[in-house]
Write a protein that binds this ligand. Structure first.
Ligand code: HEC
Length: 209
């Protein structure tokens, strides 16, 4: 009974932690997306978009970001050309087409793929996209920021936490069981147990629980 309850609790705790890890990674993806668009828009303003590889390389070298790419949508290609001409993956193409963010958690590789749209806006982080992207209207997908975030570290930390907790609970249960068994099998201890029970009753009534 107790063991089943503890195992159920552990499983629940683990799946909850996994969900939190993924939620945090999604939040991180949103941040990387914003930072990338802010940096690249600054480059658009200064006419140095061709140097975006320097920025992308730097972010790619940070701990958990395994891959980071910016792909341009039809309005940008039509106005400014194909750029680096990188071919989008089918998932990236879907986000370019429908403008809906895409997240996929590969639990085997422990990787979260995040593809977020960069939409034309009158005021995005203080910039007017339509001032230059004159062939687009508000809400059009100008491009996508595509990245892969490693969840390995976070998952390892979760596993370590749950295993440690399980060991602690198991050790605690073992000690309690041993104490009870020893107390019951030693008949001379039975009176001591009664005393403890009495004490426990009194403690409970004192503390009103
Ligand atoms: C100052 C003018 C200007 C503004 C403002 C501007 N862009 Fe651009 N944008 C450009 C130019 C020019 C290019 C193409 C550069 C090239 O091909 O080298 C471009 C390219 C892009 C690309 C493709 C980038 C790539 O790496 O291929 C995206 C996506 C984009 N813009 C989105 C936006 C969004 C979103 C905004 C508003 C926050 C915005 N732009 C504001 C001028 C601008």
């Amino acid at each position: 009974m107790v063991v089943t309850a503890v195992v159920a609790m552990m499983l629940w705790l683990y799946s909850d932690q996994v969900r939190t890890t993924e939620e945090r990674a999604r939040q991180q993806a949103e941040n990387v997306h914003q930072m990338t668009m802010a940096s690249i828009t600054a480059m658009m303003l200064t006419g140095t978009v061709s140097q975006r590889a320097i920025y992308l390389d730097q972010v790619r070298n940070t701990q958990d970001i395994n891959d980071l790419r910016v792909l341009r949508g039809m309005p940008v290609v039509a106005l400014f050309g194909a750029g680096t001409g990188e071919a989008p993956t089918p998932a990236e193409q879907r986000v370019l087409d429908n403008g809906t963010a895409y997240f996929q958690h590969d639990s085997e590789q422990e990787v979260l793929t995040a593809i977020l749209p960069a939409k034309a806006a009158r005021n995005y982080l203080g910039k007017d996209c339509l001032g230059c992207h004159v062939n687009a209207k508000e809400g059009d997908v100008l491009g996508v920021v595509s990245m892969k975030i490693s969840l390995k570290e976070a998952t390892l930390a979760t596993q370590r936490f749950v295993v440690n907790l399980a060991l602690m609970i198991a050790a605690g249960l073992l000690v309690i069981t041993l104490a009870i068994v020893t107390a019951w099998t030693t008949s001379s201890n039975r009176t001591a147990m009664m005393k403890w029970a009495n004490f426990w009753q009194r403690w409970r009534s004192c503390n009103q629980i």
